[in-house]
Design a protein around this ligand. Structure first.
Ligand code: SF4
Length: 465
């Protein structure tokens, strides 16, 4: 374990060995309730059109995959490659378009879409021509800004080099490649075998055809990972120089995700090794010139994400960190979540219910939340903590009409041990996350989350590390 550059993470094992939300939303999705339906979403959309409406961001969920990865915790449908299944995939694209039209019906057409992201599942289950049609359908429904960020997540096992140029021509300008690990034994244990050479070729081709912000996902804590194998994966990856690297912690929740029952418990790294693997990633990536952004994300200093962190403009949404913020998020597809003003609305998680609802001309919302005033204040605070790492208590209190120290008295009490450990400092009424504290944003945010601190809250979250 390296301890030279950062505060020894190992000394914080107590703080890290707990579960908590990733705070892509506050309150997190397990707090959504089922007494929330399409009407509440329609009201929120109409209200969001008031003068000075926020810009829009679109997320479309593509649930299809060709093979099951054993670590998977996503909402997906595994489909083998045959004509009948191709029909299902085509029909889904049509339904997504129907849903986009439904949203457009309630939104002021002058509102600008600044960001479009296709996630999965496997968005490249659709061929580039289908996706080009989908993007032009979205352009027909919404006013897409000329410089909008248009991103796609790809499974490298189902993409050929020549496809990248076609995706680029279709209008995508950001790409995220799911790698997880290069080691053949680890790949076998998670049922996701893919060649390192193909990934290297994809990254250089993506750069050649003009993709910006090329992102690669890795996962630590997978079965059979060791310091040696994961170190090798990191060494190989930094040679490929993607602009961004996300290093996610594997969350083993087999009761919740059936696929994970196929992972052998005895092959998983223990918590100490898992922490060492994360520490290794931090050192290898920062030594190679990457900047730690927060919550498992790293970026090269010239990348937009690192520049946004420097300028204090970093944002967070359901996809993690982002450079475009303050937008209302339209979630298309089964299980997708929309975030409109103070409302979250989640679609049905099964294909028949989702499709039937949209085909009947109604939203597929099955649960959601209308934030209370207090939840809105806490959401702003957690967002600020996760993005800028700085809270001016007086300014925050003034902006929200509260006396900060009084309002957050219990929360500040929960923060005290972290102040003592130097993860956050309080100087002149400004709370500021320290360099080592940036690795522990989740527990710091949890101090301000009354739900995770309620023993009766039965939600299951992943481990912090
Ligand atoms: S990890 Fe990704 S590609 Fe693998 S099954 Fe899950 S959603 Fe599909």
């Amino acid at each position: 374990m390296h301890v030279d550059k950062h505060q020894p993470l190992k000394n914080l094992l107590g703080e890290l060995d707990r579960r908590g939300p990733r705070y892509t939303s506050y309150p997190p999705a397990p707090m959504f309730t089922y007494d929330f339906g399409p009407d509440a979403l329609v009201n929120a959309l109409q209200e969001s059109n008031r003068p000075q409406a926020r810009p829009l961001s679109i997320y479309a969920h593509v649930p299809f995959c060709h093979q099951l990865c054993y670590y998977c915790g996503c909402t997906k449908i595994i489909l083998s490659n045959n004509a009948r299944n191709q029909g299902k995939i085509d029909a889904y694209l049509h339904t997504l378009y129907g849903e986009a039209e439904l949203f457009a019906r309630y939104l002021d057409p002058r509102r600008e879409v600044q960001q479009i992201h296709l996630g999965g599942g496997t968005p490249n289950s659709f061929n580039p021509e289908q996706l080009a049609d989908f993007l032009s359908d979205l352009r027909a429904c919404f006013r897409v800004a000329p410089g909008a960020e248009v991103g796609i997540e790809v499974d490298p096992r189902c993409i050929e080099l020549q496809d990248l140029d076609r995706y680029r021509l279709a209008g995508f300008n950001r790409i995220s490649i799911g790698v997880q690990d290069f080691d053949p034994l680890v790949q076998k244990a998670i049922n996701r075998e893919q060649s390192k050479k193909h990934i290297a070729d994809l990254i250089s081709e993506a750069r050649f055809v003009g993709f910006g912000g090329i992102n690669v996902d890795l996962i630590y804590g997978l079965p059979r990972q060791s310091m040696k194998t994961f170190g090798h994966t990191l060494d190989e990856l930094v040679k490929m120089r993607p602009d961004r690297v996300a290093v996610y912690s594997y969350a083993h929740l087999p009761q919740q995700f059936r696929a994970q029952r196929l992972i052998r418990l005895e092959e998983l790294p223990d918590p100490t090794l898992k922490l060492d693997l994360f520490d290794l990633a931090v050192h290898k990536l920062t030594d190679a010139g990457y900047r730690y952004i927060g919550m498992d994300h790293f970026a090269l200093p010239e990348d937009e994400l690192a520049r946004s962190l420097n300028s204090g403009h970093l944002q967070r949404n359901f996809q993690g960190y982002s450079t475009r913020g303050g937008a209302d998020m339209i979630g298309l597809g089964m299980s997708a979540i929309s975030s409109i003003g103070k409302v979250y609305a989640q679609n049905a998680k099964t294909l028949p219910i989702y499709s039937r609802r949209i085909e009947n001309g109604e939203f597929a919302t099955v649960r959601g939340l209308h934030l209370t005033e207090e939840e809105g204040i806490r959401r702003d605070l957690i967002h600020q903590l996760m993005c800028s790492g700085k809270i001016d208590m007086d300014a925050f209190g003034q902006a929200h009409g509260i006396q900060f120290e009084q309002y957050f008295e219990r929360d500040l009490g929960r923060l005290r041990p972290y102040l003592k450990k130097g993860l956050i400092r309080n100087q002149d009424h400004v709370l500021e996350v320290t360099e080592s504290g940036r690795y522990l944003l989740r527990p710091l945010a949890m101090a301000f989350d009354p739900y995770v601190n309620q023993p009766e809250n039965g939600a299951t979250y992943s481990r912090v590390i």
